[in-house]
Design a protein around this ligand. Structure first.
Ligand code: NAD
Length: 327
């Protein structure tokens, strides 16, 4: 810990250094035995049935949790249910998932009204990456759900405290940032907002483990958290290199795979995530903390304006064969 503070002192402006020291001291003395007192969650409400909501629902149901799935678009819910069934069938046939798809899918219920959130123990929000949309949804959920219900947002970049402020339960609100594709990737960033209680963090870490994931605690509410700050810088730089004519997408991705042992290059990752989602992520980060390293590149804006959104639309930085759902 002292070494870390010493290193930080070389790069941080004085005020943020002092703030960091206070934060680290707080956590050094905080009584937070994160591995103890695991609680079993039985009922989850998931708002948003897009790529992430459907993945989270699939993994939760696989781990035995009853899931209620809500989306404003009925079409999203229908495609989510089809995609989950397809993926679970494939995972079961490979012996990766023990129960047949039908058994797991019997734990997933789709609803068209938010009122059903009242019965859940935890609500996970995975709607579009637009702060006003998320805040409006949380404020409505806050009026519906008893105070015991914990709220978690899967936002990629919007500060958790900004979303929590739309509710009357800032202490029972945290980030649970899953990664795409959720059934395949192990990480969940559990993000502490300014007023998140230790108990909320404990339950969120425990829920991530219950779902077979590996949680990492993000101790401060900084836009982009860990992965999107590091990856966002790499993806943005890769796009700016294409704009400058230094190399094309395929060669940049190849260089990062072969030179740095990345499983996927930054542009392949962006196409998989969805270029609209990546653009929203940069915009959200810029709104809360202007930073040229994490600003949206022109080529990204242009592709999104043209409707080239990556794999899901059939084209992005790459041309994709007909979009195939991934297990
Ligand atoms: N795609 C990724 O790689 C990725 C990874 C981690 C986190 N996230 C985050 O997860 C969230 C969802 O991303 P996604 O990729 O699933 O987006 P998506 O566009 O696939 O799905 C978003 C869904 O939200 C629904 N929606 C919009 N407003 C709603 C509302 N008020 N109530 C209920 N549903 C509503 C839409 O109809 C859509 O089905 C975003 O916050 C995103 O930043 C995305």
């Amino acid at each position: 810990m002292p070494n870390l503070l010493l290193k930080r002192s070389l790069v941080c402006p004085r005020d943020s250094l002092i703030e960091n020291i206070l934060q680290f001291q707080k956590y050094e003395f905080m009584d937070l035995p994160l591995d103890s007192a695991e609680r079993t969650v039985r009922k989850l409400f998931i708002a948003g049935a897009g790529q992430m909501g459907s993945g989270i629902a699939q993994v939760a149901a696989t781990s035995g949790i009853d899931v209620t799935l809500f989306d404003v678009r009925q079409q999203s819910v229908q495609s989510a249910l089809e995609k989950m069934r397809w993926s679970l069938g494939k995972l079961h046939s490979k012996g990766i998932v023990a129960e047949p798809a039908d058994t797991i899918m019997s734990r997933v219920h789709s609803v068209s009204e938010l009122d059903d959130a009242a019965d859940a123990e935890i609500v996970i929000e995975a709607v579009s990456e637009v702060a006003s949309v998320k805040r409006d949804l949380f404020s409505r959920l806050d009026a519906i759900c008893p105070p015991t219900v914990l709220f978690a947002s899967n936002t990629s970049a919007i500060p958790i405290s900004h979303l929590a402020q739309a509710t009357t339960r800032e202490d029972r609100f945290c980030g649970m940032h899953f990664f795409n594709p959720v059934p395949m990737l192990q990480l969940v960033e559990v993000v502490r907002g300014r007023f998140t209680s230790d108990e909320t963090i404990r339950v969120a870490m425990s829920l991530a483990r219950q779902m077979g994931k590996e949680p990492v605690l993000v101790r401060r509410d900084m836009t982009g958290f860990i992965v999107n700050r590091v990856l966002g810088a790499a993806i943005g730089e890769a796009m700016r290199l294409i704009e400058s004519g230094l190399a094309d997408a395929a060669d940049i991705d190849k260089a990062m795979r072969l030179g740095c042992a990345w499983k996927m290059g930054p542009l392949e990752t962006a196409d998989l995530a969805g270029l609209d989602v990546v653009l929203h992520m940069y915009e959200a980060m810029q709104q809360s903390e202007p930073n040229p390293v994490l600003s949206p590149p022109e080529s990204l804006k242009q592709l999104v304006a043209e409707g080239r959104l990556g794999r899901k639309s059939g084209a992005g930085f790459y041309e994709h064969a007909k979009s195939v759902p991934r297990a």
